[in-house]
Write a protein that binds this ligand. Structure first.
Ligand code: ARG
Ligand code: ZN
Length: 883
């Protein structure tokens, strides 16, 4: 690897030291202008760590101009402080300082979208993780909590609405067409939760009555003209507020809660105290322009950010290594919320589906890290599926180990003990330790060891004792260097040959009905169940009680038995996935050995019974009919065979589509006849089933199917139907493919959010001209790489299109490397997101490896590379021997 002149600096958890100074309060005054904004910060600091006496005081600051700095009204003399790239150092600081710092900002030039920036004529902020230092010089770390007051001065005409955290305490007009507003946040908070918004915005309002009878004013701001699309977000917000009161006893604490939707945003949304700022794609929905998935996401993200008010804001992080403390827990809470609002069983399947598709490969790849990492170069790189979703699974395991009641008590204790504090994940776990219901010491491995644990199970029968034996081995996962076993709950049950649940006798298991929750903690462990006959079929990891990979000695007929009879809806689905995966890999093997893969009769029977079963909820049926993703197939292979995986999966879809063409067509038509559009869980399930069926019909390649798909596109009265038809048609060479694209474009040109779908539909295509298409779309007038949503729709989708991005010509790698280098110059958060594509580096064949290596070396030898991209690319390059 070419050596760079300076390697970016790494930060270590073990080096944590408490902040030397606390900030009693800060008063910020902004004179806003997109080209030249002045920020004046008045802050009082007080030394809190005696041993720091005589040490210089450091305030972070980045890309801002210092106009002046005073202490107690006197300009700091030259030589008593210095300014460097990363901030400002004051030498020999007194014990107490009353600083006034004036800085100059250029929001319109802020393309990184971190700090104060301009988007669509609106000025807004994004400060997590380290954006506040791009506004003013400040100890930018989450354990420095302070009281914020903000005065915003701006042109009344351009920025009639001026917002910040907390309560509006004053507003008035000023000469020269300006006005001002003063906001005060009574709650102490770290600066990453600070927010400011100014603009000419549309607004919808409502109110919420809390459990203690306080009335909260709710406001959602958006682009003028989009107000109608905020209604679903508003309803979701109220549901989330009610749910948090009922499930966790958490009541909202300010009198006002605001959300602002903006079009250029680096992530989904941000939980700033009292003033959440959202990517508009996580707020704006209506039936014509948004799919059911979009509706679900709005509900989830609105809830997620709202839940942060307690898990994140009231109780915050000591340092950024604790990120999962707020993110894992808040994802757990939003998952539970979704489960309560819709069908719990389906919600669980969707969460696990997402985890396996995204987090498992991450945990098996070069950037694998524990949910509590030990070091980072750029904390921005750690807003990962591991911190968020594996983190949520870890919280869920505590719930399973303790049981719902004790978990609830632990959470209550947590809120009681740590309100207003900046704490660690150990503090969180301690809340449950204290109630003494389980030994959680061994559990801490989940926080410090990376990699998905792999478990191998054996079934045995002790004839003398008449006991069914489960023998469990923890195999060290390939990606983790450490070998310590994990402690986890394993929920198991038994089904008899006629399909009935069996009641077992076992010591040391928590019983929930006929499910037994074992606590597994050793490298090898044996569990003996009485009252279970030899012929019983064990059902394992019910509800996905632990985020692990299990190998068990199941025959295909056992899987079919579980699919048919298990009481646990997750395990039934999981058995279907295991069965499909086995069949897919048999086909992959056939292909490699030059045999023609043959249809599997057992599968056809299973598929048939799913299709014809009348008592299945439609959404659940759709889950059961869905094959594992190519990403999951790749995750199961040592060296990924992109082509064979793709061919096998397409072939299986095709043969199922052909075999079941008639019954599927009939079902599809019955569903399509229902023209009335309703947004509720059941109707969404029906639409999901409809598009799943259409997917199989299309896979049959029959002209009839294309006609049907085209009809669905043409007559759709909602985006869900329109988009699924559009996407499916992009996978078949037919005249309709182009026709629907053009018609979609003409219908929606001018709507940036919908055009993202148009980009996605094209870059997810499995047809061989996809890469060229993606390349030409980079120059399309509707494509703007300054809008992160555009980049993610076009290029983010492309890197997930495994057979295309990993095409053996290497042109996919070149394209993405070019784009990483280009985008890195103005937005390192977005460019580093695209490095994801190279995460399979250690698992590709030598030919691809050489090509990937070449592109990554080209990236890393760029002289002006961001530390963000450097950190990820260097990890990828170091993960495999050079070819
Ligand atoms: N805290 C935000 C959330 O709700 C995400 C912030 C992402 N920030 C970042 N630097 N990647 O999950
Ligand atoms: Zn979050």
């Amino acid at each position: 690897m070419p050596v760079k002149n300076s390697t970016p600096k790494e930060t270590y958890l073990k080096d944590y030291k408490p902040a030397p100074y606390t900030v009693d309060s800060i008063f910020l005054t902004f004179d806003l202008d997109p080209e030249n904004t002045t920020a004046t910060s008045q802050l009082s600091l007080r030394r809190s760590q005696k041993e720091q006496d005589g040490h210089p005081l450091f305030l972070n600051g980045e890309d801002i101009e210092l106009f002046s700095i005073k202490n107690n009204g006197t300009v700091l003399p030259k030589g008593t402080y210095k300014i460097e790239k990363e901030g400002l150092t004051i030498f020999e600081p007194p014990e107490v300082l009353n600083l006034e710092i004036k800085t100059g900002l250029k929001p319109s030039k802020n393309t990184r979208l971190s700090g104060l920036y301009e988007t669509g004529g609106i000025l807004c902020t994004q400060n997590e993780a380290e954006g506040f230092r791009r506004i003013t010089f400040f100890p930018d770390r989450p354990d420095v909590m302070t009281k914020f007051t903000t005065k915003i001065i701006a042109s009344k005409d351009k920025y009639p609405i001026l917002l910040s955290n907390g309560n509006l305490i004053e507003e008035s007009d000023l000469p020269n067409g300006k006005h001002y507003a003063v906001w005060e946040d009574p709650f102490l908070k770290p600066c990453y939760l600070y927010a400011l918004v100014a603009g000419n915005l549309g607004l919808i309002k409502s109110t919420f009555k809390t459990q203690s009878n306080r009335t909260i004013e709710l406001r959602i701001y958006c682009d003028k003209g989009s107000e109608d699309k905020c209604q679903h977000a508003m309803n979701s917000l109220k549901k989330a507020m009610r749910w948090d009161e009922e499930k966790f006893g958490r009541e909202y604490d300010l009198d006002l809660f605001m959300i602002v939707a903006v079009s250029a945003f680096n992530f989904g949304a941000m939980e700033n105290k009292g003033l959440n700022i959202f990517n508009s794609n996580a707020i704006l929905v209506d039936p014509e322009t948004a799919t059911d998935d979009n509706f679900m996401r709005v509900e989830k993200v609105v809830a997620h950010e709202y839940f942060h008010n307690w898990t994140g804001n009231r109780i915050t992080l000591r340092d950024w290594f604790q990120l999962t403390l707020k993110e894992g827990l808040t994802v757990y809470r939003d998952q539970e919320f979704t489960a309560d609002m819709h069908y719990r069983g389906i919600a669980r399947i969707e969460d696990v589906f997402y985890l396996r598709k995204n987090q498992f490969p991450e945990d098996a790849g070069p950037t694998s890290h524990p949910i509590k990492p030990a070091s980072y170069i750029q904390i921005d790189n750690f807003y990962t599926t591991t911190i968020y979703y594996k983190g949520a699974e870890v919280v869920r395991m505590i719930e399973s180990l303790l049981g719902k009641e004790d978990f609830k008590k632990g959470m209550e204790k947590y809120f009681l003990d740590y309100d207003g504090k900046a704490i660690t994940t150990e503090d969180f776990v301690k809340s449950f330790d204290k109630i003494g219901a389980a030994d959680l010491k061994a559990f801490s491995k989940w926080y410090t060891q990376a990699g998905t644990p792999e478990i191998s199970l054996r079934f045995d029968y002790d004839d003398n004792e008449e006991e069914f034996i489960l023998e469990i081995d923890q195999i060290a996962s390939s990606s983790s260097k450490e070998k310590e076993p994990f402690l986890f709950p394993l929920a198991v049950g038994f089904i008899d040959i006629s399909g009935k649940p069996l009641r077992a006798k076992i010591a040391n298991a928590r019983e929930v009905g006929t499910t037994y929750i074992l606590t597994v903690s050793k490298k090898r462990e044996r569990f003996a169940f009485k009252n279970i006959p030899k012929t019983a079929v064990p059902s394992l990891n019910r509800g996905f009680s632990a985020p692990i990979k299990i190998t068990a000695p199941y025959e295909k007929e056992d899987l079919l038995h579980i699919m048919e009879y298990d009481e646990d809806s997750f395990t039934r689905w999981d058995a279907s996935q295991e069965l499909y995966k086995r069949i897919l890999f048999e086909m992959v093997k056939d292909l490699k050995d030059g045999r023609k893969p043959l249809p599997d009769l057992e599968l056809y029977e299973a598929f048939n019974s799913i299709l014809t079963e009348e008592n299945l909820e439609s959404g659940y049926k759709a889950c059961l009919l869905t094959l594992p993703t190519e990403s999951e197939m790749a995750d199961a292979q040592e060296i990924i065979d992109f082509e064979a995986n793709h061919i096998a999966r397409e072939l299986l879809k095709e043969s199922l589509g052909l075999w079941f063409f008639e019954p599927m067509l009939k079902m599809y038509k019955a569903l399509a006849r229902k023209k009335e559009y309703v947004i509720d869980t059941e109707s969404m399930g029906l639409r999901k089933l409809k598009s799943t069926l259409l997917g199989y019909l299309m896979a049959s390649r029959k002209p009839d199917a294309i006609r049907l798909c085209y009809e669905q596109f043409r007559t759709a009265n909602n985006m869900t139907d329109q988009f699924s038809a559009l996407t499916l048609l992009q996978n078949s060479f037919c005249p309709e493919r182009k026709e629907v694209l053009d018609s979609f474009y003409n219908q929606w040109k001018g709507n940036g959010l919908v055009l993202c779908k148009w980009f996605m539909a094209q870059s997810q295509s499995t047809l061989k001209d996809t890469q060229g298409l993606v390349e030409s779309l980079l120059n399309h007038p509707a494509y703007d790489d300054k809008i992160p949503n555009n980049v993610r729709a076009l290029l983010g989708t492309f890197i997930q299109n495994l057979p295309q991005f990993h095409h053996k010509s290497g042109s996919g790698y070149r394209l993405i490397a070019d784009q990483i280098l280009k985008i890195d110059k103005f937005n390192p958060h977005v460019s580093s997101g695209l490095v994801q594509g190279f995460k399979l580096y250690s698992k590709v064949d030598p030919l691809r490896k050489a090509m990937m290596q070449k592109e990554m070396e080209r990236i890393i030898s760029d002289d002006n590379l961001s530390p963000n991209v450097y950190e990820l690319v260097s990890k990828c390059l170091n993960s495999a021997p050079k070819s």
